[in-house]
Structure formats: C-alpha cells, structure tokens
Write a protein that binds this ligand. Structure first.
Ligand SMILES: Cc1cc2nc3c(=O)[nH]c(=O)nc-3n(C[C@H](O)[C@H](O)[C@H](O)COP(=O)(O)OP(=O)(O)OC[C@H]3O[C@@H](n4cnc5c(N)ncnc54)[C@H](O)[C@@H]3O)c2cc1C
Length: 470
C-alpha cells in the first residue's frame, strides 16, 4: 500500500523555496498538496474581498502549476483540524507538513492541531528569514525598537534558498481519493487584480532587482497611479501582495537583493539596496513584535495613551473611507485603495496620520478598513503601520508629529496622480490642485475640507497631552 504525506498550503502558495513542502518531498513519500478553505476565516470582517479574490487566483495558479507535474491542488472546506483528521483516515497519511504562521489566531489553531493529530506533524519557519526568538537583546529580551533590532538582524546568517527538481512521481495520485474540487473558486471582486502566480512573482522580483532597486532610495516615496500595470512604474517593488500569500518567499527577495549588491561597486546603488533590505527587515520586526506582544491587535502597544479621548464621528470616518475629506492627497489615495486594493507606503502614512491625528479617530478603525481592502493586508505589518502612525505603537512616530496634508501632497503627489483618482479636479490648475479650496470659483462636486488642519492639529495635541496627564 502506498502511504502519502500531506503538505498543507497556507500562506506559502508556491512550489519553489517552500521549506515544509520540500521536507515533505524529502520524506520519500508521495505528497498530497492540500489547501483548506476555512469558512470562519473567509467570513471574518477582516478578510476583505480583494484579498480573497487574489487568494482564489493564487490557488488556481498553484493548481495549474501542480497539474504540470501530474497532480493538482486538493481543496477542502471546513475546520482545519477536522479536514486534516478526515484526510489522514481516508489516505492513511503518515505525516503532515506545514509552514508556521505567527499570528495569535494561527498559533493557537496550529498548537491544537499538533496535539490532536495522531501522526507526526512537521512545522517550519518559512514566512520569515529569522523567526521570532532568534533576534534578541543581550539579556534575551525581544527588541521593541527597530534600529537595534536591524543591527542585530544584519549580523545573522540568512537561510539559503531551497530548490528541488519537480516531477510527477513526487505527488500522490489524487484521483484515487478526491474527485474534482467541489468548490468553485470565484473571484468575487470588481478589482482588476495583478496576476497571482509564483511565476509572475519571480518575474516582478527579477525585473525589480535588475533595474529599479538601484534607485530605490530616491523613488520609494513616489505615488504611482497603477502600480501593477505594464510597464510597471518605477518606485517600489510592488511585491507586498506576493509576499503576503507566499507566492514569493522572503529568502528569494533577500538573496536577489544581495546578489544585486555583489554585482555593483557603486556606493549609491549599494545604499539603495540596503534601504530595500531594511524594509524587508521592518516586515520581520513587526512579525516578531506581534509574536511577543499579541495584545497589540486589541489595544495600544504602549499604555501611555490608553485614556485618549478618541472622537466618535461616523460621518468623518465615512468621508475618509470614501475619499471625500476635501484633502486631495487623502482622497486620491483612499480611492486608489478602494479601486485597486493597494496604496503606496507614503500614501498609507498620510491617510493614517489624517485619520488618527486630524480626525482623531481610533487607529483601530483605519486598521480594520485597510485589512478589508488591501491585497497585502497583513495583521503584523498593518497593525505596526497604524500604531506607528497613531503614535501608540512600538518605536512609533512621536504623537506631536502630525503630517500636514497639503505640504505632504506638494512634496510627494504629482498633479497627474491627484487628477487620475479625483475626476472632479481634472480641470484644476497645478497651482491649486493640492488645496482646491483656495481657488475661485471652487471646483464643482468636490467637498470642502471636513476639518481645518491647523485647528485639528491643536485639538489633537491637546488631547494627547491630556491623555499623558500633562
Ligand atoms: C498604515 C500602514 C499600514 C500598512 N499595512 C500593511 C499591510 O497590511 N501589509 C504590508 O505588507 N505592508 C503594510 N504596510 C507597509 C508598507 O506600506 C507596504 O509593505 C508597502 O507599501 C508595500 O509596497 P511594496 O511591496 O512596493 O514595498 P517595497 O518598498 O518594495 O518593500 C519591500 C517589502 O518590504 C516590506 N515592507 C516595506 N515597508 C514595510 C513596512 N513599513 N512595514 C512592514 N513591511 C514593510 C513589504 O513586504 C514590501 O513588499 C503598511 C504601512 C502603513 C503606514
């Protein structure tokens, strides 16, 4: 009798450099490639239709890639513990392999699964270069400040990329057990998605490290209109949705950057590469922070501002969500998010500052809205970004640093970016485009600013000081 092992795909939807999958291959047993669609996750208010649509496309691509090797992706719907137990009984599988997920929910679920299953469970650190616990202070504590974390992180050797030759013999003959997948992978979103496949992720990575990576230090704050359109605009890598679902691994990203570093002696290029690697390190930093301080998904990382009197203004929140605040940079970025499921980092910082500091609305509202709309919505990075912007997080921006939405717009937004996302402003001349309320007559159909920035700033500073007891 042929006994298989199971590889449970989660946020690692690729065949190359997949540590758990490759360990499953190395067992010498035929591998069942499994994805479990957990209805409770799909129904969660934080799941977000665009990301689910991107996930479904990624599953279809993975299935197509597996078919090249005479296999396919087995998709089952249900609670993971029950699905796995049933599949073990059905197939007499002798091992389960998966890659670790570091969110509190996933850790709790996985621990219960490891304890409940009667066969060996093999778990790997794949979604991160250096797992939580491997980068600690001299006294063995987790870092809560980024710069010393990064210095320490830089001293560690990074794991190599794992490669395997794929061929039909390494997969289990699924037709014997499963029939066709019963579920239809619809993409329930009107958003035009970037192609969600491992091949595309590698293509984007190699295009980026061949050229734009060398200019990253200058271009990283740009606001591209359509980041996923061909030809891809210069700016950042636009790899976050791929890293989120594991269509690309952090090792592949890191080693591609290091190879580019080796190929150049130009100090300016090398600085750009280090800056990009530093962004990958922020990704790891926030994953470590969430691992050690899971409370921050529920409340402020720091207790300093727990008594802050946040505003309850549903209309302001709605104006922010819909891109109707009257501040073009905020509105253009929010409409970009609502339309393509993605927003550049500089724009994320500006809209987050506006919500939490100009409108004094709790960061939790913005965090949830981002999770619902971002293709790359990730609990660790998203919470980190929101609490950083609100001034409540680890190593956060000081509470008194409040972005001015007009000067930020003048510095970072091109008139084309604003006009593209705000059709109401298409006829507004460049000199008024960042603050259209200063022109006469006012542009029709575009709202007046919902707050006066200078007054809002004073109000917010006073609220933060009161919360600190000053
Ligand atoms: C309020 C707010 C919310 C955010 N929410 C998310 C989120 O849900 N998911 C997410 O992946 N990023 C989030 N970020 C971080 C950052 O904005 C995105 O990672 C970045 O814009 C993705 O674009 P890119 O792939 O072109 O990045 P690049 O600039 O090319 O960077 C490469 C990779 O590094 C990682 N990275 C870059 N910056 C950060 C950062 N500040 N924190 C953590 N990782 C980073 C990402 O994985 C990114 O793909 C958020 C930032 C803010 C201010």
């Amino acid at each position: 009798m042929i006994v298989p092992v199971i590889h449970w795909f989660r946020r690692d939807l690729r065949l190359q450099d997949n540590l758990a999958l490759h360990a499953a291959f190395d067992s010498g047993k035929p591998v069942i490639p499994l994805f479990i669609l957990d209805p409770s996750i799909a129904a969660s208010p934080r799941a977000g239709t665009p990301r689910m649509a991107f996930l479904y496309q990624a599953l279809q691509s993975l299935d197509a890639a597996l078919r090249l090797y005479g296999s396919r992706l087995l998709i089952r719907v249900g609670k993971p513990a029950e699905v796995l137990a049933a599949l073990v009984t059905e197939t007499n599988a002798v091992g389960i392999y998966f890659n670790r997920d570091y969110t509190p929910y996933a850790r709790h679920r996985d621990k219960a699964i490891e304890q409940a299953l009667s066969i060996p469970v093999h778990v790997f650190d794949d979604a991160i270069l250096l797992p939580p616990g491997s980068v600690l202070t001299a006294t063995g504590e987790p870092y809560t400040v980024f710069t010393p974390f990064r210095k320490n992180w830089n001293t560690h050797a990074k794991p190599a990329i794992s490669e395997r030759d794929l061929h039909p013999g390494i997969f289990y003959a699924l037709d014997a057990i499963a029939g066709e997948n019963a579920i239809e992978l619809k993409t329930p979103s009107t958003i035009v998605l970037p192609a969600a496949s491992e091949t595309m992720a590698m293509q984007f990575l190699s295009d980026f490290v061949r050229q734009d990576l060398f200019q990253y230090a200058e271009t990283r704050n740009g606001l591209p209109i359509q980041p996923f359109a061909e030809p891809r605009p210069t700016g950042t890598s636009y790899l976050s949705p791929y890293l989120r679902l594991g269509l690309l691994s952090p090792r592949q990203a890191y080693h591609a950057a290091r190879a580019a570093w080796q190929q150049t002696q130009n100090p300016h290029y090398r600085e750009s590469i280090e800056t990009w690697v530093s962004e990958l390190t922020w990704r790891e930093f926030y994953m470590h922070i969430l691992y050690f301080y899971p409370h921050l998904l529920e409340r402020d990382f720091k207790d300093t501002f727990l008594n802050l009197e946040w505003a309850h203004q549903p209309q302001d929140l709605q104006a922010w969500q819909q891109g109707m605040t009257g501040y073009p940079i905020v509105d253009a970025a929010m409409r970009q998010l609502n339309t393509i499921g993605w927003m550049p980092n500089r724009a994320r910082m500006i809209v987050a500052s506006f919500l939490t500091k100009d409108l004094l609305i709790h960061w939790r509202e913005g965090e949830r809205y981002f999770m619902q709309h971002l293709l790359d919505g990730d609990p660790a990075a998203n919470n980190g970004g929101w609490q950083w912007s609100a001034g409540t997080g680890t190593d956060a921006q000081p509470y008194f640093r409040i972005f001015n939405p007009v000067s930020q717009s003048e510095k970072f937004a091109t008139p084309e970016y604003l006009r593209y996302w705000l059709p109401e402003l298409r006829a507004v001349p460049n000199q008024f485009i960042h603050a259209p309320w200063t022109m006469t007559p006012q542009p029709k159909h575009y709202p007046q600013p919902i707050v006066d920035h200078a007054q809002a700033r004073e109000h917010t500073l006073a609220a933060f000081k009161r919360a600190k007891g000053e």
